[in-house]
Design a protein around this ligand. Structure first.
Ligand code: CMC
Length: 442
């Protein structure tokens, strides 16, 4: 019978090693025994950007990037998007099973009693400039929550973890909505806990003088579906930040602030904002061939295209595209959709995109929906951060309980100078400007 091992011959020494293979993976630490001499540190694996390194074992989300499969706790994303709600999906992600109606009601209550934020949070947020980016506000305000809940540092206490999970999922929409109201010079709207999770969020964003805000049910459902699609995506950049920062045993608010910061970047959650900016800049379907040419010449990226894991159509993008047309029935058609569809059509026929397996990702159509719903472009990454909080906190809790996890601390291959001795300043010549200098100015 075939053995579940890998045999390695070190051609430097002629020695042979047998390394166990488990789950189609070898443990990088098993390479350390491969040495040229006793003093040698041992072999390491070099993997910038973790393109082929598993950093954990996880039971939360399964992705098959070649087949375009995404499942939360075993449930296909398509079924959840059609039948579930965001809060129910968040329960599933956090707790591992779908709730019965009694547990769902209790979960809903437990989240909604935490939607309010301390009044000082409002004052804190008022310290930002009028034109502050809402993601910048979110990074800082989520981090600031740790100062309001210092007990959150008891990360090994189950009850504390439960409480901080509810608080984080409950308060994210409130902070996000306040960031928006602040940027518009509008008064804050307190949470309305009679509304659904997304209905309340829409109320906190858009309520004006009416005594009770009534969300449009189609838009409320569309946002809920988008929240379901964004709830988790296994070890992406922000989840990795959450786990990595959390591995220092800092409180979950500080770790979540790091995750929000990672999401802010244009290659991650900031991509939905960049897609709309790109489509607005393209301006008309006629310019699409010219843009594709620029992309192929390496002059720009086609934002909303490509994915580290999906090498076929992102299953979330298919659902988002469908939801876009449902939203347009209410809001009127966003003309950017025509440019997006044409970009997709041409790109999917072009060898540059086909050979690199570049398909639309979740961000390609989501911004167009958000814009049609009246969200300013700068709010788009925030709309990603709110639902992803349930994923981040679940990964954090999984990491905290995993006996194999330790403080995340990668190795490096040192390529700098060998040892040299300090020289008195009057004996030094003018320094040469090095290619690797941070800046060529003083
Ligand atoms: N437009 C044009 N070319 C691209 C694109 C793109 N959007 N994405 C990848 N490529 C090319 C890339 O230049 C490279 O070509 P070559 O082999 O000739 O050097 C090849 O495709 C492989 O790309 P890569 O950069 O090695 O792929 P990666 O796995 O490191 O990057 C990515 C994944 C998502 C960062 C990248 O595809 C990208 O920058 N896309 C645009 C930004 C975006 O839409 N991000 C949202 C990702 S999905 C939601 C999320 O995670 O937040």
């Amino acid at each position: 019978m075939a053995k579940n091992t890998l045999t390695i011959i070190d051609n430097r020494t002629g020695k042979q090693y047998e390394i166990p293979v488990e789950d189609d993976t070898i443990r990088a630490i098993d390479l350390r025994q491969i040495k040229v001499s006793e003093q040698d540190f041992g072999l390491m694996a070099y993997d910038p950007a973790f393109t082929n390194t598993a950093s954990c074992r996880s039971k939360i989300t399964y992705i098959d990037g070649d087949k375009g499969i995404l499942r939360y706790r075993g449930y296909p994303i398509e079924e959840l998007a059609e039948k579930s709600t965001y809060l129910e999906t968040a329960y599933l992600i956090v707790k591992g099973e779908l709730p019965d109606s009694k547990h769902l009601q209790a979960w809903r209550n437990n989240i909604t009693i935490h939607t309010m934020v301390h009044e000082n949070i409002k004052k804190f947020m008022e310290g930002f400039r009028y034109d502050a980016h809402p993601m910048g506000i979110l990074v800082s305000t989520v981090g600031a929550l740790s100062t309001f809940y210092p007990e959150a540092k008891n990360i090994f206490d189950l009850e504390t973890r439960r409480l901080e999970t509810r608080r984080l999922i409950g308060k994210m929409p409130t902070i996000a909505a306040y960031a928006y109201r602040l940027s518009r010079g509008l008064p804050y709207v307190y949470p309305d806990n009679e509304l659904s999770y997304t209905g309340n969020f829409l109320s906190m964003l858009f309520r004006m003088t009416e005594s009770k805000y009534k969300p449009n049910p189609v838009l409320e459902r569309a946002l809920d579906v988008l929240f379901i699609l964004h709830a988790d995506h296994e070890q992406n950049c922000s989840t990795n930040a959450m786990r990595s920062v959390g591995s220092s045993q800092v409180d979950p608010y500080s770790a979540t602030a790091a995750a929000v910061a990672a999401l802010y970047g244009p290659l991650h959650g900031g991509a939905n904002e960049q897609v709309v900016r790109m489509l607005e800049e393209i301006g008309s379907v006629k310019r699409v061939p010219e843009i594709i040419k620029q992309v192929k010449a390496g002059e720009r990226l086609l934002m909303g295209f490509g994915h580290r894991i999906y090498k076929s159509y992102d299953p979330r993008a298919k659902i988002v595209k469908r939801v876009a047309y449902e939203v347009f029935d209410v809001t009127g058609r966003n003309p950017l959709i025509d440019i997006a569809v044409e970009l997709e059509r041409i790109a999917l026929q072009d060898d540059y995109f086909v050979s690199r397996k570049l398909y639309p990702n979740v961000d390609f159509y989501s911004g167009i929906i958000y814009q049609a719903m009246g969200f300013p472009t700068r709010m788009f990454p925030v709309l990603f951060a709110i639902p992803r909080t349930s994923g981040w906190i679940s990964h954090w809790a999984e990491m905290v309980r995993d006996p194999e996890q330790k403080i995340a601390r990668p190795r490096q291959i040192y390529i700098g100078e060998n040892m040299r001795h300090w020289v008195p300043i009057e004996q030094r010549s003018e320094p040469v400007m090095r290619e690797d200098a941070v800046s060529d100015s003083i």
